[in-house]
Design a protein around this ligand. Structure first.
Ligand code: C5P
Length: 243
């Protein structure tokens, strides 16, 4: 279950990121490098995390013309990341080319092919936000539509709010990966996350990987906080107790 916990390295400097990697490398499965850290530290930060034998989810949410995204994804593959993501709204062709080129590059360089994830609807968007940019469907329908497309294009899974997991499972079947942020341990403050679930609930709902940042980073003892979350995830994997 530890391998299914992704810790978000949402810190501004390479040193802070590496300190957290050293502290948490035996407690979590992957480290998520997002836009802030990558723009600050570039590929160097990714290489230095890889040197520590830690796995990386490169969360740069690529969205551009197909060739540009495919090439960026190939470079990420060469950096040795285990997971990367693109926007499903970038088009079928963008996702297909990315999947094809990444598979080819992984083979050519003798690397493990990273898991490819698609972003459906950002967790920060509401139905009103979608309507404003001309999307008339509900968030749930749009998520299901894009998740199905992503699957058809060779993506391994999607990033989605825990509240959308059931819809995606139904649309894409049991083997499709669902990575969910918006997870809060039972003890945590809800803070800025409105649509949240506990780790136990998210695993029970069908999430494969959970992304957790601040509840671990801001805990008085981050190692213990990560262990507690893994314990909550294990409870979610057990059959529910009968009342
Ligand atoms: O809130 P927390 O620090 O746990 O967030 C960890 C990661 O989850 C962030 O890096 C962000 O990419 C993602 N997130 C999200 N949707 C939200 C909040 C956070 O996708 N509503």
């Amino acid at each position: 279950m530890r391998r299914r916990l992704i810790f978000a390295l949402d810190v501004p400097t390479t040193n802070e990121a590496l300190e957290l990697v050293d502290l948490l490398k035996d407690e979590v499965g992957l480290f998520k490098v997002g836009k802030q850290l990558f723009v600050h530290g570039g590929p160097d930060v990714v290489k230095r995390i890889r040197k520590r034998k830690a796995d990386i989810f490169l969360d740069l949410k690529f969205h551009d013309i197909p060739r540009t995204v495919a090439k960026a994804a190939v470079e990420a593959t060469k950096l040795g990341v285990a997971m990367l993501d693109v926007h499903a709204t970038g088009s079928v062709e963008m996702m297909r080319q990315t999947a094809t080129e990444v598979s080819k590059a992984a083979k050519a360089y003798g690397l493990k092919r990273p898991k490819l994830l698609a972003i459906t609807v950002l967790t920060s968007l509401s139905k009103a936000d979608l309507a404003e940019v001309g999307v008339r469907s509900s968030v749930d329908n749009q998520v299901a539509r894009l998740a199905k497309l992503a699957r058809q294009c060779g993506m391994d899974g999607v990033v989605a709010s825990p509240l959308e997991v059931a819809t995606i499972r139904e649309a894409c079947g049991p083997r499709f990966l669902i990575v969910t942020p918006g997870v809060r341990p039972r003890s945590a403050d809800i803070e800025d996350q409105k649509r949240v679930m506990t780790p136990e609930e998210a695993i029970r709902a069908g999430s494969k990987y959970l992304v957790v940042g601040s509840p671990i980073r801001n805990a008085p003892d981050p190692v213990q906080a990560a262990r507690d979350i893994v314990a909550e995830m294990r409870r979610g994997a057990r059959p529910p107790r009968k009342a």
